[in-house]
Design a protein around this ligand. Sequence first.
Ligand code: C2E
Ligand code: CA
Ligand code: CA
Length: 727
Amino acid sequence: MPVILTMVVTAAAVLGFTLWSTANIDERAVERQTRMVAHVLAAQRDQVSHDQESVAVWDDALFATKLSPDLDWVDTNLGIWMHDFFGHSRSVVLDGGNQPIYVMENGAAAPVDHYGQVAAAVGPLVMRIRQLIAAGGMTQYNLGRKTVPPAVVEFAVVDNMPAIVSIMPIVSDTRDLVQEPGSEPLLADILFLDGAFAERLTDQYLFENARFSLTDSGDPGKAVYPLLNSAGRFIAFFEWTRDRPGQTLLRHTAPAFALAFLIAVIVVFLLLRQLRRSSSALEAGRIHAEYQAAHDRLTGLPNRSSFDVRLAQTLTERQTAGAYLSLLMLDLDRFKQINDTLGHQAGDELIRTVGQRLRATVGDDMLIARLGGDEFGILAVSRERQINAIALSNRIIDAIGQAFELNHFKAFVGVSIGIVHATGGSAEPHELIRKADIALYEAKSAGRNRAVVYQEHMNELLQLQHTIEAELRDALKQTDQLSVVFQPLVDQQNRKVTGAEALARWNHPKYGQISPARFIPVAENTGLIEVLGEFVLRRACELGAKAPGRDIAVNISPTQLRNPKFAMLVFDILRQTGMRPTDLELEITESILLDDEHISAQNLQTLRASGIHIALDDFGTGYSSLSYLKRYPVDRIKIDRSFVNQLAPGHVSVAIAQAIVTLAHAMDISVTAEGVETAEQADMLGIMGCNTLQGFLFSAAVLPTKIEEIFADPANALDRKGRTKAA
Ligand code: C2E
Ligand code: CA
Ligand code: CA
């Protein structure tokens, strides 16, 4: 727009200036021509008088007109001469009494009475010259001080035609012939300012279409010069086609001008278009780059940075608008295993699908962002009331719990969700995210695949995490803080207790019970797990020695298994406590099967060869683990509790659990279901053919003395074989 406007203004200015200057040039030209006309006409007038000198100041002429009249001579030397040589139209010779003695009309002598036609114009001038002479006008000439006698020349209208009229006395050029003053004959000459005269001016001075007229034609293309006599009386107009050099110039240069302008317009247009194209390409590039910077490439969802920006925005807006805001942090469970076993492409595909499912479940009103690897964030803003984040989370958990089709395999992941509500007052985005993260951590420690709403005490627990290492180190030296409890394992068919799983407990003097889900990872990361593990193993074996025939399960972490001396340690403890190796069951996690540690495999082999049972804990991530079972034989798998709690009639988990049980049995592997909380779950697992059940439905973990009581209960008496084995 500005460029076009500038062009138009410039063009208008150039055009205006050009027109103004051409008009100016034309104006000047007319002024100059007018001055020239005045000058030329005055010169013409004076010329007529000058013409007369050549004949009027001449002794012969005075003889022929006065002293010895000879009209033939006069005709030849005055009349015809004046006509042919100077172009005068009429000549008249008047005697001393002002009577005409000779008249010439158009080059020929005419009757004397023709003087009447011009007398009206000539008469007054005759009077003027007579007065001049009477006033002593001849004195200067007669004394020889002047070469020319007095004369009168004037513009006048003669016979309805503009003309120059000139009158001069006929005098002696030698001054030998003396006349009485006042008696001089007069020569009157008339030059009509007619077409022929105008033509001559046209030729000599390059006026175009010049003419004299008594009226103004009013033609704007014509320049007009009013011809006045010496008394200032109007005689005629001199009219000619005005010279317009400006317009001529314009006419000649206009096409070139227009062409140049047109070219300029085209060039500017092309430049503008190019500019526009490149700027719109630039703009598109900018938008694309902005989009890329704000979005995750894999899912097309907003990324962490745009999530942070939106969160901060929403929080500031909320202060004025007073809306409700809930923040959900999502983290996929078991995603790493999928990635490791099925490959990154499958992992990417899974993340993409998760993104789609989230969108489909949550709807378009809430902001969903991918915050990192397998982390997502949801921002729910509502004007009316707090959204039901738990209900939403349950819908999400259901949606993500459905099978994923990856590389023609079905895979399963869970999702843990941390929720925080921004209530009242102002909230810092970082603070909110931190709280949601704490809730998420809480959801994971509580067994994954669930949602937890942030509560203030969680924060305190988290603070504890930092000091936990030092505290745990201390606790391991004490005797009163760490202990081992046992959770009964129940035979599915007769519901008798067949054994128990040893679980570590930490009763902190200040914080009370600390969950193993919280301190076991710290112990693993710091190497304290070796001491802790040995402690639990020893306690378990002590119990096992007292209860032969019962399965005593102990959780073993990967770090322990990677120690080359681990198998020897187990044998030492068995020997020291007197427990039978066949009663001991070591629970390992799937991650051990995934890592290619030679030592772990060796340990497992050695332990198993001695009759110790190996159980695969937290089983349920899908197909892949079963193939590993061929390489690392185990005696039992424990279907993960997060998987068990999904069991409901018609749910896909039922079919999968069934498949796991069937496959395990086909490989001569026992199946335990952990986390059994309801009779329905127990029944379904029974129908599937699960061998052993474990969960709060039967009993939580109990003190060693209590488990001994349970074992001693006749209702739990061992049958003849001592244990229930897979079919
Ligand atoms: P895990 O091996 O899967 O142990 C079972 C966990 O499930 C126990 O939690 C138990 O209390 C809980 N549980 C049992 N029945 C139910 C039920 O019906 N519903 C629910 N929701 N939970 C149930 P706990 O004792 O908090 O242990 C957590 C985890 O800590 C254990 O999971 C295990 O991985 C680890 N852990 C515990 N003690 C040790 C240990 O001595 N050594 C090692 N390496 N890990 C241990
Ligand atoms: Ca376990
Ligand atoms: Ca488990």
